[in-house]
Write a new protein. Structure first.
Ligand SMILES: NC(=O)c1ccc[n+]([C@@H]2O[C@H](COP(=O)([O-])OP(=O)(O)OC[C@H]3O[C@@H](n4cnc5c(N)ncnc54)[C@H](OP(=O)(O)O)[C@@H]3O)[C@@H](O)[C@H]2O)c1
Length: 281
């Protein structure tokens, strides 16, 4: 336990699984802007403030940073640019200045969805209307140019079996309000279990420290957004009788249809990538 990991986005959904997992392997400092909800050692840190980021990293001197902070779809364009693009640049600058390991979390939505399955080193091709994807791809590019030794993990929809993911929570609210839910049957993702992803991120931060560049890590079961939605609603015992409809994502601006990844590097490294059926049984 002599290693120190600094985790950004420590109040977020992924961090809910990552923080306790990482704490079994190392000392951990969790950072976010609002730190009330975080367990353990914490630091309030706004990633848009370059000086604050550099000061924090250079004073805490972590062995590794796992960068999970982001503004996800639903946030404002300005916030996505400030955090996913510029904030990620600040983290890369700080990690480079200190010379520490950086593992950064990116998204399968950096791909345009037209050339699946995507290899680990596939070039980002975000759809221009998807500002989240554009800003995540820009964050990736900053890391590649500032700290080529860093690992950038492209992942898929994150779900947990202890805490409901945001997508399912939103569906649940709309169903409870009596809405009909239309879910895409031609949008293909590889949902990833939060515990498995946490274990992969820690392994890259602490064990496979020579692994650099892009690594696709998700669940090894590709499924449509409709099928995944049904699996999650069933798992959480949410009633959706007569309120679900299959729909198509074709023609929706900024929506990549098929972003499956080959995940060859994860397989070679023996990282766990269980699919939904294996996790849920
Ligand atoms: N969730 C998914 O299905 C999914 C899918 C693919 C990829 N990802 C990626 O996985 C990572 C984790 O996602 P998540 O869903 O766990 O995120 P999340 O729940 O939305 O949490 C985002 C975190 O970022 C922090 N943050 C936002 N703006 C910040 C700022 N200016 N300064 C410092 N911290 C800031 C938030 O803290 P405050 O609220 O305190 O600011 C929060 O802790 C992200 O990189 C995301 O892009 C997620």
């Amino acid at each position: 336990m002599d290693k120190l990991i600094l985790i950004t986005g420590a109040s977020g959904y992924l961090a809910n699984a990552l923080l306790p997992y990482a704490a079994q392997r190392a000392r951990v400092i969790g950072t976010a802007r609002n730190i009330e909800d975080i367990r353990g050692d914490t630091l309030s840190l706004d990633l848009t403030n370059r000086t604050a980021v550099l000061d924090a990293v250079l004073s805490k001197r972590p062995d590794a940073i796992i960068h999970c902070a982001a503004v996800n779809p639903g946030g404002s364009d300005a916030d996505m640019i400030a955090v996913n693009d510029i904030g990620t640049k600040h983290i890369a600058e700080a990690a480079s200045e200190l010379g520490c390991r950086l593992v950064s979390v990116s998204s399968d939505t950096v791909f345009n969805g037209k050339e699946a399955p995507y290899a680990d080193d596939a070039i980002a091709s975000p759809l221009p209307d998807n500002i989240y994807a554009v800003t995540k791809a820009r964050g990736e590019a900053h890391i590649r140019s500032l700290l080529p030794d860093a690992a950038i993990v492209r992942t898929s929809l994150i779900y947990g079996t202890d805490k409901m993911d945001r997508g399912t929570a939103g569906f649940s609210q709309r169903l409870a309000a009596g809405d009909t839910l239309k879910l895409f049957s031609d949008v293909i993702r590889q949902p990833v279990h939060d515990q498995a992803l946490a274990s992969c991120l820690c392994a890259l931060a602490l064990d496979h420290t020579d692994e650099s560049g892009f690594i696709g890590i998700a669940g090894d079961e590709a499924m449509s957004r409709f099928d995944f939605g049904v699996r999650m609603l069933d798992y959480w015992g949410i009633n959706y009788k007569n309120q679900l409809e299959e729909s198509s994502g074709i023609g929706i601006p900024g929506l990549p249809l098929d972003v499956r990844m080959t995940m060859q590097r994860a397989q070679t490294l023996g990282l766990p990538t269980p699919g939904v059926s294996l996790v849920l049984g």
